[in-house]
Design a protein around this ligand. Structure first.
Ligand code: MSP
Length: 505
C-alpha cells in the first residue's frame, strides 16, 4: 500500500505561533487521523523555516545568537503541537544537516545542468529595512515605501533559476490537471496569473555580505540560498531525497500539501518548476485554506492582532479550538475569529447538542438500569437507518478534506437522536414500567453515541476517546469495521465521567 504523504508549511520562527498557524496544522492533523480511520497508511510532515533576513533581524533585536534564537522559538511550535494533539510523524527544521545537505546537492545538480546561472540582480535597496524595491514600487521617488528613507541603487552578482523556460509546460500541466489546486477559485487564480504574466527567472541567492544567515551555495561560497528555495526543498529532503532512495520513492510524490492562500504562488508555480528542473514528479494536490481575520483584517504578528493559542487552549481546551476552526468555515474561505462566534458555536453544538445527548443518555441508563445494559438485537429506528446509509458520503467528505459538510452531517445525526428522546418519552416508558421497551430505546442511543464518537475522532480525538471510555468500549478506530449498527455486543457497563462540555455563560 502506498503511504499517503501529507505536509504542512514550515513555520517561520521569527515569532511564537498564533491561531492562524494552528489552523493549518489542525486541518492537516484531522485529515491524517481521518485517513487512518479509513485504514490508510500515512506519513505526516511538519516543521520550521529557520533561515533568512526576517529571522536574523528578530535575533538581533533580542540581542541573541541567531542559532540560539531559532532553537528556542522552534520549541514553541513543538509545544503547541503537543497542546493541540497534532500527531506528526516527522518534524523538519531547515537548519538540520539532513536538510542543508540536500539543498546544497540540489543546487549543485541544477547548476551543472544549466538550470541555475549567474547574473546580476539590481534594484533599489533600503539598508535599514534590508529590502530590495523595484522602480514601480518607489512610485517615482527614491524613498523606501516602508520607512521613507533614501534607498541606494545596487547591482549585485547573484544566481538565478530558469523559471521562464518552464512557463508553457506548467500551463499545460495545469490545463490537464484541474484538481491540482483546491479550492477551484485558487486554481483559476493561478492559471490566470500565468496567462497574464511572463515568468521571470528568479534570483535564488543572496550575497553573504548582505545576509549571512542561510545555506551556503556550494559553487559560490560568498552567497547563501534564498529562503524560499531552501524551505520548499523540505518536502523532499525529509522523506529522504538523495539520501534514502527506497524510502523516498515510497513517499514521493506528496499526496497533499496543505498551505494558506498567501503562499500559493510559491507552491503552485515556483515549487513545481523546481521539481520539473530536477526531473521529479509534481505533488498530487495543493490545498490552500483561507485566513482567520480579526475585525476583517488578517491576523498577523506585524499587525499585532494575534490570538495566542496557548492562552486560548488553557481557557477553553484544545478540542474546542480544533472543533471551532473546522466547523465554522468551509475550507478555502476566510473566517472571523471572535470569542463571541466561538462561544456561540461551543454552546450550541458542543454543550447543547453533543454534551447534552451524552449526558442524558448515560443518566437514563444509570437511573433505570443501574448503569448496566444488556445489548438487544434491534434494528435501528428509520431515522438512524437513513444516517447509516450515508456511509459513502461521509467517507467522501473525509477524503476531500470537507470537514465542514462532514461535521454538519454528524451534528444532524446528534440532533436526530436528541429529537428521538423527546418523541419517544422514555420517562413514560419508565412510569409504565415497560423495561423491555426502555432497554431497546437506550440501546439505540448507546449505539448512536458509539457511532458519533467514531465519526468525531479525526476532529476531536480526546472527546471521542472519552465517549468510548464512558461506554466502556474499546474502539479499534476502524471506520469500515465499526460504522455498522449493532456493534455493542457485550453487556455494557457504563463509566460516568464529568460532563464533556459544560455550558459557558
Ligand atoms: N515559512 C513560510 C512557508 C514555507 S513552506 C515551505 C511561511 N511561514 S508562515 O509562518 O508565515 O506561515 C505559515 C502558514 O501559516 C501559512 O500557511 C499561512 O497561510 C498560515 N497563516 C499565517 N497567518 C494566518 C492567518 N491569519 N490565518 C490562517 N492562516 C494563516 O509562510
Amino acid at each position: 500500500m502506498k503511504t499517503i504523504y501529507i505536509t504542512t508549511p514550515l513555520y517561520y520562527v521569527n515569532a511564537p505561533p498564533h491561531i492562524g498557524h494552528a489552523y493549518t496544522n489542525i486541518i492537516a492533523d484531522s485529515y491524517n487521523r481521518a485517513l487512518k480511520l479509513l485504514g490508510k497508511k500515512t506519513f505526516f510532515l511538519t516543521g520550521t523555516d529557520e533561515h533568512g533576513q526576517k529571522i536574523l533581524n528578530e535575533a538581533r533585536k533580542k540581542d541573541t545568537n541567531v542559532k540560539e534564537f531559532v532553537d528556542t522559538v522552534q520549541e514553541n511550535f513543538k509545544r503547541l503541537w503537543r497542546v493541540l494533539n497534532i500527531e506528526y510523524d516527522d518534524f523538519i527544521r531547515t537548519t538540520e544537516l539532513r536538510h542543508t545537505q540536500v539543498v546544497k546537492k540540489v543546487l549543485e545538480i541544477l547548476y551543472k545542468r544549466g538550470e541555475i546561472y549567474q547574473g546580476f540582480y539590481e534594484g533599489f535597496y533600503c539598508v535599514p529595512c534590508e529590502t530590495f524595491w523595484d522602480k514601480k514600487e518607489l512610485e517615482g521617488t527614491e524613498l523606501c515605501p516602508q520607512c521613507k528613507r533614501k534607498t541606494e541603487f545596487l547591482k549585485e552578482k547573484n544566481y538565478f533559476l530558469r523559471l521562464s523556460k518552464y512557463q508553457k509546460e506548467l500551463e499545460r500541466f495545469l490545463e490537464e490537471n484541474p484538481d491540482f489546486i483546491y479550492p477551484p477559485q485558487r486554481f483559476k487564480e493561478t492559471v490566470s496569473f500565468l496567462k497574464t504574466h511572463n515568468l521571470e527567472d528568479i534570483c535564488i541567492t543572496r550575497p553573504k555580505a548582505r545576509l549571512s544567515w542561510g545555506i551556503e551555495v556550494p559553487f559560490s561560497p560568498e552567497h547563501v540560498t534564498y529562503v524560499w528555495f531552501d524551505a520548499l526543498l523540505n518536502y523532499i529532503s525529509a522523506p529522504g531525497f538523495l539520501r534514502s532512495q527506497d524510502r523516498f520513492s515510497n513517499l514521493w510524490p506528496a499526496d497533499i500539501h496543505f498551505i494558506g492562500k498567501d503562499i500559493l504562488r510559491q507552491h503552485a508555480i515556483l515549487w513545481p518548476i523546481i521539481l520539473k528542473a530536477l526531473g521529479l514528479k509534481l505533488p498530487k494536490k495543493i490545498v490552500a485554506h483561507g485566513w482567520w481575520l480579526i475585525n476583517q483584517e488578517k491576523m498577523s504578528k506585524s499587525k499585532g492582532n494575534i490570538v495566542d493559542p496557548f492562552v486560548f487552549c488553557e481557557k477553553y481546551s484544545s478540542e474546542t479550538l480544533r472543533f471551532f476552526m473546522l466547523r465554522e468555515v468551509p475550507l478555502g474561505q476566510d473566517g472571523n475569529f471572535s470569542e463571541e462566534n466561538f462561544l456561540h458555536r461551543y454552546n450550541s453544538d458542543l454543550a447543547n447538542d453533543l454534551g447534552n445527548l451524552v449526558f442524558r443518555t448515560l443518566a437514563m441508563v444509570e437511573k433505570y438500569f443501574n448503569s448496566e445494559l444488556h445489548p438487544c438485537q434491534i434494528s435501528p429506528s428509520v431515522r438512524f437507518f437513513q444516517f447509516l446509509d450515508k456511509k459513502d458520503l461521509l467517507k467522501k467528505y473525509l477524503e476531500e478534506v470537507n470537514f465542514y459538510n462532514y461535521l454538519e452531517e454528524v451534528f444532524k445525526f446528534v440532533n436526530t437522536a436528541n429529537k428521538f428522546i423527546e418523541e419517544q418519552k422514555p420517562w413514560q416508558m419508565a412510569k409504565e414500567n415497560n423495561k423491555e421497551l426502555l432497554r431497546e430505546f437506550l440501546y439505540q442511543l448507546l449505539e448512536v453515541l458509539r457511532l458519533v464518537a467514531l465519526l468525531l475522532y479525526p476532529v476531536i480525538p480526546i472527546t471521542s476517546k472519552k465517549i468510548f471510555e464512558q461506554l466502556n468500549f474499546e474502539s479499534e478506530l476502524n471506520f469500515e469495521k465499526e460504522f455498522v449498527w449493532g456493534y455493542l455486543k457485550r453487556k455494557i457497563i457504563l463509566k460516568k465521567l464529568p460532563p464533556l462540555f459544560p455550558r459557558i455563560k
